[in-house]
Design a protein around this ligand. Structure first.
Ligand SMILES: CC(C)(COP(=O)(O)OP(=O)(O)OC[C@H]1O[C@@H](n2cnc3c(N)ncnc32)[C@H](O)[C@@H]1OP(=O)(O)O)[C@@H](O)C(=O)NCCC(=O)NCCS
Length: 187
């Protein structure tokens, strides 16, 4: 699967976007996005530049290991970094009642919200995962308060399965209750 994924998804174009592998030069855009409290409202905290750098290295390693990982969304014309979207194996999947699994996720610079970029990228990645990688299903989850993210799941035609308690967050954490959606190959 790793060979297939690396061969076929190193760079993909959609109508307005380029979806491509991470490069070290993406650190500036990633760090700007991860330091923005509006973008990070539904994550435990904003990230420092050093934390974003570690994340970038983790994603580049996962890309090599699994053949895919959340990938960069860039503007087709300018090549500008807009955010990320894609498939990922959660590092803590053994703790998830619905694991093992492949998830789909997204994060955009705040200036790029409201333009349809997350949905446009995710449509491509869902199709890639289900049709090319032949995954049986792809899941997505987000804190119950994150209605913008849940709306992306709904626009993609994913089906709401349940609410669950995120196993990696302590009891009482404001983000503990999460909503789980899934898309199956059959669907
Ligand atoms: C979650 C997130 C990616 C959603 O971004 P978004 O811009 O709302 O979603 P999309 O990119 O799919 O854009 C859809 C919106 O663009 C609008 N739009 C404008 N032009 C459009 C076009 N040409 N095509 C499609 N939609 C368009 C749609 O009407 C929709 O707006 P609405 O939700 O007000 O109805 C964004 O809020 C984000 O990065 N949040 C922080 C990170 C995060 O929480 N990630 C999820 C963690 S699980």
């Amino acid at each position: 699967m790793v060979d297939i994924a690396i061969d076929r998804c190193s760079r993909i174009e959609t109508e307005r976007l380029v979806l491509r592998k991470w490069e070290l030069a993406d650190l500036d855009g990633l760090a700007e996005m991860n330091a923005d409290p509006r973008v990070m409202e539904f994550y435990p905290s904003v990230l420092s530049r050093a934390e974003s750098e570690k994340m970038l290295v983790r994603y580049m390693e996962a890309q090599q290991r699994e053949g895919f990982c959340y990938s960069v969304i860039a503007k087709k014309r300018s090549g500008r970094f807009l955010g990320y979207c894609g498939l990922k194996v959660p590092g803590y999947q053994d703790h998830l009642s619905f694991g093992p699994c492949v998830e789909i996720g997204w994060r955009l610079l705040h200036s790029e919200w409201g333009k349809g970029f997350a949905t446009e990228s995710a449509q491509m990645w869902l199709g890639f995962g289900l049709e090319t990688l032949k995954l049986n299903e792809i899941v997505s989850f987000t804190p119950v308060q994150n209605s913008r993210s849940e709306k992306v799941m709904q626009r993609l035609g994913m089906v709401r399965v349940e609410e669950f308690a995120h196993p990696m967050l302590e009891d009482g954490h404001r983000l503990k209750r999460q909503v789980l959606y899934k898309m199956t190959r059959q669907r």
